[in-house]
Design a protein around this ligand. Structure first.
Ligand SMILES: *Cc1c(COP(=O)(O)O)cnc(C)c1O
Length: 216
């Protein structure tokens, strides 16, 4: 299936309230424009440098989401334009985002990445660390924490993925009860977004199911 048809098909199959982030990492401007031309405006990248180059050459109404692990020294390059940073996993990083946002006279929206996978390799905060960062973040005026992001274990075991999504949703609801800005729960990728939506996701990050397999 081509890119335009894949986007249309996914959109038609998910609730309107769920935001589709088209994950365009490693994909060309031409491929991104095929998605743009059927109305897609939110794109996700995992490298600051690639995202910045694409932001410079593609239409200005694209909203760029940083979905990857961010190094503190790269924040300044995306601070002028980034729409949402999904992968905030330390207070140190959040402080740098706040500083660079202030320099650009912006308020940058962020999600805290939570470690939900049982496998040990993925980035992210524990539940306790997350609660701590939310409290510390109240002192930062140029960022807004809008919710949480998580990645389930890469496995065929559906009940395990379900358990991981449920734990993230539970933490999200818990924090949402005293944080008025909390309204985004970013969970679900090509292989598991249907399950993620069933478990309460409000934002899915889909790459290969739109653009085809990536060449690594
Ligand atoms: C690459 C990536 C995705 C998209 O993965 P697909 O399986 O191709 O849909 C989603 N989220 C993050 C954080 C990623 O790095």
């Amino acid at each position: 299936m081509n890119i335009a048809d894949s986007i249309k098909k996914i959109r038609a199959s998910i609730p309107e309230s769920v935001e589709l982030v088209a994950v365009s990492k490693t994909k060309s401007n031409e491929e991104i424009m095929q998605a743009y031309d059927v109305g897609q405006r939110v794109f996700g990248e995992n490298k600051v440098q690639d995202m910045t180059a694409k932001n410079e050459s593609l239409p200005k109404d694209i909203r760029w989401h940083m979905i990857g692990h961010v190094q503190t020294n790269k924040v300044k390059y995306m601070a002028p334009y980034v729409d949402l940073i999904h992968g905030v996993d330390s207070f140190k990083l959040l402080k740098e985002v706040n500083k660079q946002a202030a320099k650009n006279e912006r308020i940058i929206s962020c999600l805290l990445q939570i470690h939900i996978a049982e496998e040990a390799t993925k980035f992210g905060l524990s539940t306790d660390e997350c609660k701590d960062v939310v409290i510390q973040a109240q002192a930062l005026e140029n960022i807004t924490i809008k919710g949480l992001m998580g990645m389930a274990t890469y496995t065929d075991n559906v009940s395990q993925i379900e358990r991981e999504f449920k734990s993230l949703k539970e933490l999200f609801e818990d924090l949402k009860s005293d944080n008025k800005d909390f309204d985004i729960l970013s969970m679900g990728m090509s292989g598991d977004y249907e399950l993620a939506i069933k478990e309460g996701s409000t934002m899915i990050r889909v790459g290969s199911k739109i653009f085809g397999e990536r060449n690594h």
